[in-house]
Design a protein around this ligand. Structure first.
Ligand SMILES: [Zn+2]
Length: 277
């Protein structure tokens, strides 16, 4: 097994709603979904519309298990799930990990979204190889031989679970989408959680100006990211969950100063592949 087989793939980088605008295509039309493609499994973070793109291209002969970790139950993080072909074809073993948020089991949210009148079918149509696993944020999950995943709650309406994946003690990647800086301790908590990781994928929906009129909407702004980037220069940060109404040129314009000043910050683009070494 070579470490160079390990890849990070952005299947969906948009927040809120899939975009259909060609002027937004560079930084992403599909909503939140990231794949960690490893030699022994696929780990999927969130099931926004981007997961349908992953499911469409996966080889039927690829028998690696697929583990899906959901951060929270807002629909932009779930709408791709009933369009994820490996749930139906019986060729793949799929485990879906659901954090308990505000004391509720995530399966309730899944059943609301994937049932009439919101959707024509229910999860009874999924193959027998699909299973759901509930956990309480704060628990550490073990996936196979090589991966442990630390989990932690972060502020967002309805709460959000962040993930810290430790791959053979290397290639540590953190995923926190979505999160709002709504207390004196929020950024300190983030920094504590991500410290010494190699990669961080994080909500960066707004500019500071935009966030003033969007308090309670649940998202970070680029000034919050600057604080994280300056305090942890060794962490490669990917700006993620681009606001639905932003065109590619707006996304670039808003983040230009941050990208110029910090070489550890990049914009996440749909279909970008990062070799993890
Ligand atoms: Zn979202």
């Amino acid at each position: 097994m070579k470490l160079t087989e390990d890849k990070l793939i952005f299947w969906g980088t948009r927040g809120g709603l899939p975009s259909g605008e060609i002027t937004s295509a560079k930084y992403g039309l599909a909503t939140s979904c990231v794949e960690l493609s490893f030699s022994d499994r696929h780990i999927i973070l969130d099931a926004g519309s981007g997961i349908s793109l992953f499911g469409k291209q996966i080889d039927l002969n690829d028998r690696k298990p697929i583990d899906i970790l959901i951060g929270h139950y807002h629909y932009d993080h779930l709408i791709g799930l009933p369009f994820f072909l490996p749930l139906f074809n019986g060729n793949h073993t799929v485990r879906i990990f659901l954090p308990e948020l505000e004391g509720k089991h995530g399966i309730e949210a899944i059943d609301k979204l994937i049932s009439p009148p919101l959707f024509p079918i229910t999860r009874d149509m999924f193959s027998d190889n699909v299973s759901f696993h509930s956990f309480v944020p704060g628990e550490t999950l073990t996936l196979g031989l090589h991966d442990t995943i630390e989990t932690s709650l972060f502020p967002h309406p309805g709460q959000n679970c962040g993930y810290r994946l430790n791959r053979r003690g290397k290639n540590t990647l953190c995923y926190i989408s979505d999160i709002e800086n709504n207390s004196d301790s929020t950024l300190d908590d983030v920094i504590k959680f991500i410290k010494n990781c190699n990669h961080l994928i994080i909500d960066s929906s707004y500019t500071k100006e935009e966030s003033k009129s969007r308090k309670g909407w649940g998202h970070l702004n680029l000034d919050d990211i600057e604080i994280i980037a300056s305090r942890l220069p060794g962490v490669q940060i990917y700006l993620y969950h681009h606001d639905i109404f932003k065109t590619d040129s707006q996304v670039e314009m808003d983040s230009r100063n941050l990208l110029n000043e910090y070489n550890n910050v990049k914009l996440a683009k749909q279909l970008d592949v990062v070799e993890l070494s």
